[in-house]
Design a protein around this ligand. Structure first.
Ligand code: AMP
Ligand code: GLY
Length: 415
């Protein structure tokens, strides 16, 4: 389920499994249409998805984005005895409510930023006035990347608070607000597969959220990424897993919210060690595009082991290769943009370059057109991040569409 670059990557990876016969994607994009059957149903229309899954006798449903998980898609499938990869809504709360996630982290001593949660604007305002900037203001609910403001002054923090809680700029998502200490350090996305008992780390990635080079301009869904992070060491892998990822899986289980699927930890590597900024109940986008090409183990085997509560029987293996992915976006994104422009040069890239589609659609004659803000993620692998980066940037200019823009500094590691 889903129609972005992450979902094209999941479909591409699953299609490599000898056990996979047919894949249906709701709604998919022009990329998934080449290797699977697209079904024109929204990933949050649970009744229609249930009908489609029953009609096509789907053996395993894989959920890409967070909204259907928060809405209880997995619960609805599971009570009908249908297998699903992705957590039930009680466990997906780890992403759907930041206040819940913080409460859990505090209760189980999982390292994170100091914070307080509020449902009253007046109380939040009083608390903010006592804090030293920068101050981080977060909407509790799902807000498609618009729910976090890092304020550099108290007035700026109060403005964000008023916009969330008084003007209701994000609607219900900000009925509750988390006010948090600012953490500085290096940011990375950690992933763990889990069946609620066993947790196994997957390789991590770094993601670039701002639209322009040098981390300038507004936030986006993600403009590119690479794996492994330049600062990643076996020592860091161990502390991330032992102090954050595994204890979170255990905490959820303890709270009667068994988590099955892939857990995504947004981590800040601070001078005092790794701390959790947030958790997501799914793969990242564009992180999936740069970690799944590194996975050697059959992804279907991992997913089936999770749905069978037998993850301990699977060994998860990844290559030592590095992977760099750059997002090509529509002119104007993340603001308003036009779609329907032809994309040329998709077949002109080198044989080992992966082109994952996101906002693309097929025209009347089968031509590929732009259909969204993030249009493609172009991915290269190499022995090192530098090699993968050279390869991807040598190929990007061959793909063209009107208004296209992309960052030139993805994986340009300066530290
Ligand atoms: P989140 O959705 O919680 O990952 O927040 C979005 C972005 O805001 C993160 O990727 C960070 O860059 C930034 N952020 C969130 N929380 C903090 C924090 N406590 N300190 C510094 N930056 C933060
Ligand atoms: N790349 C950030 C996310 O998927 O949430």
């Amino acid at each position: 389920m889903g129609g972005g670059g992450r979902e094209h990557t999941l479909v591409w990876k699953l299609a490599q499994s000898p056990k996979v016969k047919e894949i249906y994607v709701a709604p998919g994009n022009a990329g998934t249409a080449q290797i699977a059957h697209n079904i024109d149903v929204s990933p949050t229309d649970i009744p229609s998805l249930l009908k489609e899954a029953q009609h096509h006798k789907i053996d395993l449903t894989v959920v890409g984005p967070e909204a259907p998980l928060a809405k209880g898609l997995a619960d609805q499938f599971l009570i009908r005895g249908m297998q699903v990869f992705g957590p039930a809504s009680r466990a997906a709360q780890i992403e759907a409510s930041k206040a819940f996630a913080k409460e859990l982290m505090q209760k189980y001593n999982i390292p994170c930023a100091r914070s307080a949660s509020f449902t009253s604007y007046d109380e939040a305002k009083e608390y903010v006035q006592q804090q030293k900037p920068p101050i981080v203001i977060k909407a509790d609910g799902l807000a498609a990347g618009k729910g976090v403001v890092v304020a550099n002054s108290v007035p700026e923090a109060l403005e964000a608070l008023a916009s969330f809680m008084v003007s209701k700029s994000l609607g219900e998502a900000a009925n509750q607000v988390v006010v948090e200490e600012f953490l500085s350090g290096k940011e990375m996305s950690a992933f763990a597969f889990t069946d609620a008992h066993t947790a196994v780390p997957m390789v991590p990635a770094c993601d670039y959220k701002r639209v322009y080079d040098g981390d300038q301009g507004p936030n986006t869904g993600g403009m590119g990424g690479y794996s492994p992070p330049s600062f990643y060491t076996p020592e860091l892998e161990r502390t991330d897993f032992e102090t954050i990822m595994a204890p979170t899986v255990k905490a959820l289980h303890n709270e009667g919210r068994p988590y099955r699927g892939v857990l995504y930890g947004g981590l800040m590597i601070t001078p005092n060690g790794p701390k959790a900024l947030e958790f997501n109940a799914r793969f990242g986008d564009p992180e999936a595009q740069v970690i799944l090409p590194r996975l050697k183990t059959d992804l279907l085997e991992i997913m089936l082991a999770i749905t069978d509560n037998e993850l301990d029987r699977v060994h998860i293996d990844c290559t030592d290769d590095a992977c760099v992915g750059v997002v090509m976006a529509s002119g104007g994104y993340p603001g308003s943009y036009k779609t329907g422009f032809p994309i040329t040069g998709l077949d002109d890239v080198d044989k080992d370059i992966l082109v994952f589609h996101a906002g693309t659609k097929l025209g009347l004659d089968g031509e590929v057109l732009t259909g969204g803000g993030r249009v493609l993620t172009v991915v290269a692998t190499g022995k090192t991040v530098a090699e993968a980066r050279r390869k991807v940037y040598a190929n990007l200019p061959r793909i063209k569409f009107a208004g296209c823009h992309y960052r030139k500094d993805i994986a340009d590691i300066k530290d």
